[in-house]
Design a protein around this ligand. Structure first.
Ligand SMILES: Cc1cc2nc3c(=O)[nH]c(=O)nc-3n(C[C@H](O)[C@H](O)[C@H](O)COP(=O)(O)O)c2cc1C
Length: 366
């Protein structure tokens, strides 16, 4: 929608205020990115509930982010000292100003933030270093300290955090979280007080019956907490408790679940195709009879080869109800047009504990 931009809001053709949502992504992984997939679900819902709002995407890896090198650092110190940047410094300062304007023009922000080496990807730190300037994101007074210049503009932010190994409540042997702690703290420091966090669970643990269980983390979230692979972390606004957050991500279609006895009946009748959504090493140790092996990252490339009939009755499963993999694979299959996908949420743990037969061995179809 064409509109007149003002700081933090835009006007539609009738002069009504509409919001601008800017999705800032720090993941370079494109279609394979979990944080982008969750953001996309979030945006689908957002579009439905805010049809007039403008939505823009900023992939921080697209080459448009200004650098913050010697000239920019020099300009910052010049401004701190009360001077005006000149020459190369002025060019760098103007670039920082333009970057800040792009960021601050949005009154709704959505960030995709993978964990990289316990913290955030360096491109997002670069973004922070560029926009965090006196007179832009903050003011500072030697006596009273910082002021937070994005406060009070009705701004809201949602952050999608992803990680593959670390996750609450794991101990330090699985890494540390300087990702949400650092980024959440920075966001709150800008003055944005309405911050929602969405965090994925790490990959599934093995079932306790598998030898590899000792190597893998326990479930990061309580079982059955959500059908979505993500769960909400409490808001971390440092300056104020979070008012009602933007709409939480949710699927339009929840994958139907299927019970153990239905799986048994389907297997006996030969009417279902089982899909084990765990990594191949787990599949090789133990899987349900006749199951294929397909992990979420491979769905797009391998589904048509492994599952040529889009109307076949497909049942995904992984370890147990705490495991998100089966839901992720099911959701991706549904997105590709598979019409009859269900999830055996209790997973192989339930199957084995019920004394039912399992198989071992590497997947045959490659
Ligand atoms: C360079 C790099 C470093 C990573 N470091 C960690 C880490 O320290 N801890 C962790 O749990 N996961 C780590 N991961 C895994 C990612 O956080 C995980 O795959 C996440 O889903 C990536 O988000 P994305 O899919 O949106 O790109 C790392 C991944 C990459 C590429």
């Amino acid at each position: 929608m064409a509109g007149t931009e003002v700081r933090g809001a835009a006007l539609d053709s009738k002069g009504m205020t509409v919001s601008t949502l800017l999705h800032i992504s720090a993941s370079p992984r494109g279609a394979a990115s979990e944080s982008l997939q969750i953001a996309s679900t979030f945006l689908e819902t957002y579009r439905e509930t805010h049809p007039d709002d403008q939505i823009a995407m900023w992939d921080l890896w697209d080459g448009t982010l200004a650098e913050f090198g010697p000239a920019a650092a020099g300009a910052k110190m010049t401004v701190f000292a009360g001077g005006t940047p000149e020459g190369e410094q002025a060019t760098a300062w103007n670039a920082a100003q333009a970057t800040f304007e792009r960021f601050a023009a949005a009154d709704r922000l959505l960030f995709s933030v993978p964990m990289w080496n316990a913290s955030i990807p360096y491109i997002l730190k670069q973004f922070i270093d560029v926009v965090s300037q006196p007179g832009m994101v903050f003011g500072v007074d030697p006596v009273t300290g910082y002021t937070h210049l994005l406060a009070g503009g009705n701004r809201r932010a949602a952050v999608v955090y992803t990680s593959a190994v670390w996750g609450p409540p794991l101990g330090p042997q699985f890494g540390r979280d300087f990702q949400s702690t650092y980024f959440g703290d920075w966001l709150a420091w800008t003055g944005i007080s309405d911050i929602s966090e969405i965090a994925t669970t790490p990959p599934c643990p093995a079932t306790p019956t598998r030898p590899a269980a000792r190597r893998m983390p326990p479930p990061a979230t309580p079982p059955r907490r959500s059908e979505h692979p993500a769960h909400h972390r409490p808001a971390t606004g440092r300056t104020a408790p979070a008012p009602p957050p933007p709409p939480p991500p949710r699927r339009h279609r929840m994958t139907q679940t299927i019970s153990r006895s239905e799986v048994q009946a389907g297997l006996d009748a030969g009417t279902i195709t089982l899909v084990d959504a765990l990594p191949e090493s787990y599949y090789a140790q133990q899987h349900l009879p006749g199951a294929l092996n397909l992990v979420a990252d491979d769905v797009e490339n391998r589904a048509s080869q492994l599952l040529p009939n889009k109307d076949a009755a497909i049942v995904t499963y992984c370890s147990n109800p705490a495991c998100a993999n089966s839901g992720q694979v099911a959701a991706k299959l549904e997105k590709l047009g598979y019409t009859n996908v269900r999830k055996y949420a209790d997973g192989i743990q339930d199957w084995v504990e019920a004394g039912l037969p399992a198989q071992s061995g590497a997947p045959t179809a490659r």
